[in-house]
Write a protein that binds this ligand. Structure first.
Ligand code: ADP
Ligand code: MG
Length: 219
């Protein structure tokens, strides 16, 4: 398994009191497998992705990535984990404003010491961002930024990619094409993908699908 969550719980303190978001979530993702995560708004999908990406800690339960318990890592171990073991694509893209598209796409690959110009060229062509390489993020549309964010994450060839509605800003037919490209590229690189989507049409393109409901994985 590339990712194993066992009995994860997570709650938040809010002004209205404590809300229990995840109430015992377990899931396994095999190497190279693609899994769609669906569920109503507020069901905890983004929370789960943050935990699996080492960006937040659960209240209880274990999170194994490539067999390592990420909650036992110290800060340096956690930073190294985020650099080399996992790629995340968030809804807000988080492109680096001071870098052009080409430098944004290479950024994580260089940090992870996995920069591969041939793979990067393949990504740039597949994602249709070749004309944008000299531009800066502020000069791109939402859909273009989303494609650059996808390219940047895949360029580093992490064994695991976590993506939160990565095509949510694209119209239906463009989203379909972008996801097809993502799936082709992840499969060809052997990357496992956990993809949050509220679209059944998109979820059905992946190997498996699970749904979060009431803080648990619905049967
Ligand atoms: P989803 O991605 O499925 O829409 P989220 O994981 O973003 O759901 O949120 C699940 C619940 O947790 C929501 O009720 C949300 O308001 C709450 N929540 C998420 N993050 C925080 C936070 N940092 N502090 C307090 N509540 C939060
Ligand atoms: Mg969300």
């Amino acid at each position: 398994m590339i990712l194993s969550l066992s009995d994860i719980t997570k709650s938040y303190q809010t002004a209205e009191g404590q809300i229990s978001v995840l109430r015992g979530v377990s899931l396994d993702l095999a190497r190279g497998e693609t899994l769609a995560l669906t569920g109503e708004s507020g069901s905890g999908k983004s929370t789960l992705l943050h935990l699996a990406g080492g960006l937040d800690r659960p209240d209880s339960g274990s999170i194994l990535v490539s067999g390592r318990e990420i909650n036992k890592l110290d800060d340096a171990g956690r930073a190294g984990f985020r650099r080399t073991d996992v790629g995340v694509i968030f809804q807000q893209y988080n492109l680096i404003p001071s870098l052009d598209v080409k430098a944004n796409v290479s950024f994580h690959a260089k940090l992870a010491r996995r920069f591969d110009p041939l793979w990067e060229t393949e990504l740039v062509e597949a994602l249709g961002i070749g004309q944008l390489l000299q531009r800066y993020p502020e000069q791109l549309s939402g859909g273009q930024q989303q494609r650059v964010a996808i390219g940047r994450t895949l360029a580093a060839k992490p064994p695991l990619v976590l993506a939160d509605e990565p095509t949510g800003n694209l119209d239906e037919s463009t989203a379909d094409i972008a996801l097809d490209i993502m799936l082709r590229l992840t499969k060809s690189a052997g990357i496992a993908l956990l993809l949050v989507t509220h679209s059944s049409r998109l979820a059905n393109k992946l190997d498996r699908r699970i749904t979060l409901s009431g803080g648990k994985v619905a049967a």
